[in-house]
Design a protein around this ligand. Structure first.
Ligand SMILES: [Cu+2]
Length: 354
């Protein structure tokens, strides 16, 4: 079954130990290596303006030194992938099964220091201490309860995006419920009516709360795939570009993004979830993306693409047949979101087929 392997991919990819490049002394470097703070500049905007030539050197010398130091800086950063960081987002959590079979999840909203990439630790808002929040997975027909415990210093609520639900449970502050104040709780009751690629997020002070980490994936049932293919891996790829988290895939920025490691011939089902504020054209090198669903609704006629543009709030589900070995770049094709003069950053990872 898809689900048994489900998210195995999402939870089992190993992240190799790598020494952050900025831990090396820059003393022998022709140009000072950017400090960790420079990485923090990789937010929603990225300044890639070329530096002016220094006075006192010929243009030729300056250029030679510039391209060498630029290449050196890029190589250190790019080759530090996949870099180790504290914390891992989107982990699958198991529900408590109540006597009547109801599956109960607990999501505790609380502040967390989140390491987006090596040396860049930000003040984030989290569910259960991770960004994105835990991945919730249930079957069609399940009765589900989600207990929200608010340990934030401000009120919050949870909205269930793309999940059919009773209005009173829709989780929009002051529209369907009162905001849940600090140290209070609220229990959402959800009947899992149909297969869904949903997600959940705050709908109270969303500009700050969602951008700073209060969202997660909520998958119901199995997505029917063309030719009854069973995917070997199923991976939510959650996009963010704003707030304290900034440009990231599943809560991490390159070089701390997670590579997708698969065997040649395997099928990978990827659910893009855009929790950010901009559209991101997600481009995979070397392997076709077969778009099989939009917002969890299976397409009657799936289509192939090499770049899939995912607007805020949208989900696209793509099936990738890993039929060519290699390290395939996988990134947002807006280069100011993924690649600049200090190397790769933000929304960049690899699909490694071996
Ligand atoms: Cu982008």
């Amino acid at each position: 079954m898809l689900r048994t392997k489900a998210l195995v991919g999402a939870v089992s990819f190993t992240v190799a130990l790598a020494v952050p490049w900025w831990s090396f002394s820059p003393a022998t470097s022709p140009a000072p290596a950017p400090a960790a703070g420079a990485a923090a500049d990789h937010g929603a905007t990225h300044d890639d303006d070329p530096s002016p030539a220094s006075p006192g050197t010929s243009a030729g010398d300056q250029e030679a030194q510039d391209w060498k130091s630029m290449d050196e800086m890029m190589a250190k950063r790019d080759k530090s992938f996949p870099a180790k960081t504290e914390g891992r987002g989107a982990q699958v959590i198991k529900p408590k099964i109540l006597e009547d079979g109801t599956k109960r999840f607990t999501l505790t909203a609380k502040p967390v220091k989140w390491e987006v990439e090596p040396g860049k630790v930000v003040d984030a808002m989290s569910y259960n201490g991770m960004v994105p929040g835990p991945t919730l997975r249930v079957d069609v027909g399940d009765k589900v309860e989600v207990v929200l415990k608010n340990k934030l210093p401000q009120s919050t609520v949870i909205h269930w995006h793309g999940i059919p639900i009773e209005n009173a449970m829709d989780g929009v502050a002051n529209i369907t419920q009162d905001p849940v104040p600090p140290d209070d709780t609220f229990t959402y009751k959800i009947k899992a009516e149909r297969a869904s690629v949903g997600w959940y997020h705050s709908h109270h002070n969303g500009t700050e709360q969602v951008s700073n980490g209060l969202w997660g994936a909520f998958l119901i049932g199995d997505m029917p795939l063309p030719d009854k293919i069973k995917a070997d891996h199923e991976i939510p790829m959650q996009l963010q570009d704003a707030g304290s988290i900034g440009l990231s895939l599943n809560g991490k920025s390159f070089p701390a993004t997670e590579p997708i490691r698969v065997r040649k011939g395997e099928s990978v089902l990827i659910h893009y979830v855009n929790a950010g504020t901009m559209a991101h054209p997600m481009h995979l090198h070397g392997l076709d993306q077969l778009v099989v669903a939009k917002d969890g609704f299976p397409l009657k006629e799936p289509y192939k693409a090499d770049t899939v543009n995912v607007a805020p709030g949208e989900r696209y589900s793509v099936l990738v047949k890993a039929d060519r070995a290699g390290k395939w770049a996988f990134h947002c094709h807006i280069f100011p979101h993924s690649e600049g003069k200090s190397g790769m950053f933000g929304m960049f990872t690899e699909m490694v087929v071996s």
